[in-house]
Structure formats: C-alpha cells, structure tokens
Design a binder for this molecule. Structure first.
Ligand code: SF4
Length: 375
C-alpha cells in the first residue's frame, strides 16, 4: 500500500507566511508537465510493486493548472499505475479558482476530495496574509463545491495571527462549522525563515501572540469542533467520522509514499528521498537524464524520533509493540521516558496504544521532544 504526492509549485502570489516551495513564474508550466510525466515514467517499478491507495496534489497551488494539464498528469499516472484500489484523490484548490465548471471537470478526472485554503473568513486578515482571495470568494467557493455534490471537502484555517482577536477566531470557527465541510485543518501561524512575516518579526513589525492566547484559541477550536461532531484525529486535523484524510494518515503511520515534482519527498520504509527544490533545475535534470533527487537512509534513531513524533500527533497514538523494532538503547530510553510522562499525566496507555492525554494536547510538541532520543 502506498500514496503518491504531486507537488505543483505554481502560485499567482506569495502569501506572507508561506515557506512551501513555490514560484510565481508561470512560464515553465509546459516544461514542468513534461518533466513530471517523465518522473512518473521513471518510477514505473514503484507503480508495478505498490498498491496505490491515495493521490494528493499539493503545492504551491494545484488549481493554477488547467484541466488539460491536470488530465495529462492523471492519464500518465494511469498508464503506469493501477487505480483499482485508489480510495482518495485530493486536489488542493484556491477559492478564487473554483467555479461550477471547474468542479465538474475535476470530478470527471476522478478527484474525490478537495482541500481548500480558506485561512480566514475576514478580509482584513486575508489582505494582511497577502492571500489572493477574499472572504466572499471563500464562502462562494465552499457553497459551489457543496452544491456540486462534493462530499469530502477540507478547509484550512490559521490561528495565532498577531492581528486576530479571540472573537474573530471564534467567528472563523463558527463559519467553518456552518460551511458544512467534512474536514477542517487548523494550523498555528509559525514564522518561517525566508518569509515576509519572518522579516516583520525580526524588524519588530509583527509579534508572536502570547502563549495564553494560543492556548485559548486552540482550546476553543477543539471544544467547538467537538461539540459540532468533529473528531480530533490529529493535533491539527478534525473530521466527520470516517472522513479523515487517508493520504495524510498514511504519512503519520509510516506508510510508503512517492513524492513527485520539485521539492517533493518520498519514503520507502527505510530511505527518505527528496527532489531538488528548484523548478528550473528539476525540469533540466529530468529532461536531460540527470539526477534530480537525493537520498538518506534513516538510522534507528531517526526512525524512532520520527515514529514518536508522528504517532503522538494522532489521537490514536502508536502501538507499543512497534518499539520492538528499535535497538535496546532506544527501548530503554523510551521506557524510562514513558514512566515519567505517565506520572505527569501527559500520556495515556490504553489497549497497547500510547497517546497524548486530552488535557495535554496543547503541549504535544514539548511531550514529543521529551521522548526524542539523541545518540
Ligand atoms: S500558502 Fe499556498 S497559495 Fe499561498 S504562497 Fe504558499 S503555496 Fe502559494
């Protein structure tokens, strides 16, 4: 079983907080499609061996691709991979790319899940984030997708914005619930190096929100979505029952995935590979039979740290039996830390699974770092 991630690096504008690999130069689209199709072909052995369950078009902004460009990619995938057990085909879309015809066309291509970058329902926030859509377009896009029968839609929200009041956050959560979507991802703003917001932070033009505000916003999110019937299945992700993101859940449980496109990462269970984070270099390498990817073999320590990090972010946690796959030093460290974390009521062990207790969810990151093992 495996998933495929396709990175579409094109955006029309740069959001002030974003550090995903992207370009606003649309000129290399044709070359990108050619290079991507070549990369698909080069991975024919992977497609022969693996049962593909999920495909995820992320970015960047996949909805900057035309329907014929998307079709070309999907048809090339179908040439080499079997779609017979495909459960989920997700496309990330920007609200202002959505209209009735667009939804009809992507559904015809097999897309059965949408992930929409809403971020906020307030124009003032969207402008400050340099998003290219406005609040009306956000509402309209969700409405169209609902009307067109999309039954598996996720929206993204951002909290911890320095200029957002608690009442505005409550309103964003209320509108997200009222929008009748099946999945909500909510991420706290982080100031990543290389972004405009990082510069603003360094120059004192923006300040991080106090920790109490972050906790207040997160606690409100969790309780409001719980009351509305959403399951909190991963620290930043909430869904209606049975509509968790299958693709992302596979990442969190350590399944194999193949990443295609510039900057995309892959994991085969032992090795991690990553493609060059530069569209021009990516296209040039692929189209001239040169190397475009790097690889590292995970050590036991890397595997353990990653396993603990991904597992503890999920509601279900990880099964303790899995610890048997690590060396004795790591097992010893884990058992000591587990005893300590259980005493603090930070984690719970139930039916063999270890997970973060409900009341400590907000400090998940610090619990995870306590579990980390350093050689
Ligand atoms: S947040 Fe999305 S749309 Fe905005 S710049 Fe980043 S990848 Fe592009």
């Amino acid at each position: 079983m495996a998933g495929i991630y396709i990175h579409v690096p094109f955006c029309y504008t740069r959001c002030s907080y974003c550090d995903f690999y992207k370009t606003t130069d649309q000129q290399l689209k044709d070359e990108y499609i050619k290079a991507l199709c070549k990369e698909i072909e080069l991975n024919r052995t992977f497609f022969l061996k693996e049962d593909i369950q999920t495909i995820y078009f992320g970015g960047g902004t996949p909805s900057t691709l035309s329907i014929s460009e998307l079709e070309k990619i999907i048809l090339t995938l179908k040439e080499f991979a079997s779609f017979k057990n495909l459960q989920e085909l997700t496309l990330e879309v920007n609200p202002d790319d959505v209209n009735e015809e667009y939804i009809k066309d992507i559904v015809a291509l097999g897309v059965n899940r949408l992930s929409m970058g809403i971020q906020s329902f307030f124009d003032s926030h969207l402008r400050k984030m340099n998003r290219r859509h406005n609040a009306d377009q956000a509402q309209r896009a969700i409405h169209i997708a609902n009307e067109m029968g999309i039954k598996n839609m996720s929206i993204d929200l951002i909290y911890g914005l320095p200029y957002m009041t608690f009442d505005e956050w409550k309103e964003n959560v209320r509108l997200a619930i009222a929008s009748n979507v099946q999945h909500i991802s909510a991420y706290h703003l982080t100031f990543e190096k290389g972004t405009l917001y990082y510069d603003y932070l360094k120059k004192g033009k923006l300040k991080e929100v106090p920790e109490e505000s972050s906790i207040e916003q997160f606690d409100y999110l969790v309780s409001a979505l719980k009351d509305a019937g959403f399951e909190h299945y991963e620290i930043s992700n909430f869904s209606r029952k049975g509509l968790e993101s299958k693709h992302n859940s596979n990442y969190w449980t350590g399944m194999k995935y193949l990443g295609l496109g510039p900057s995309a990462h892959s994991f085969d269970g032992i090795n991690r590979m990553w493609n060059v984070r530069d569209l021009r270099k990516y296209c040039h390498a692929l189209l001239n039979d040169q190397s475009y990817t790097e690889k590292e073999t995970l050590t036991d320590t890397d595997r353990y740290n990653e396993f603990v990090m991904l597992g503890l972010r999920t509601q279900k946690g990880f099964h303790l039996d899995f610890m048997e796959t690590f060396n004795s030093k790591i097992k010893h460290h884990f058992n000591n830390e587990l005893r300590h974390q259980l005493k603090q009521n930070n984690v719970v062990v139930l039916d063999g699974f270890c997970f973060v207790s409900e009341e400590r969810k907000m400090i998940t990151d610090s619990i995870i770092s306590d579990f980390f093992y350093v050689d």
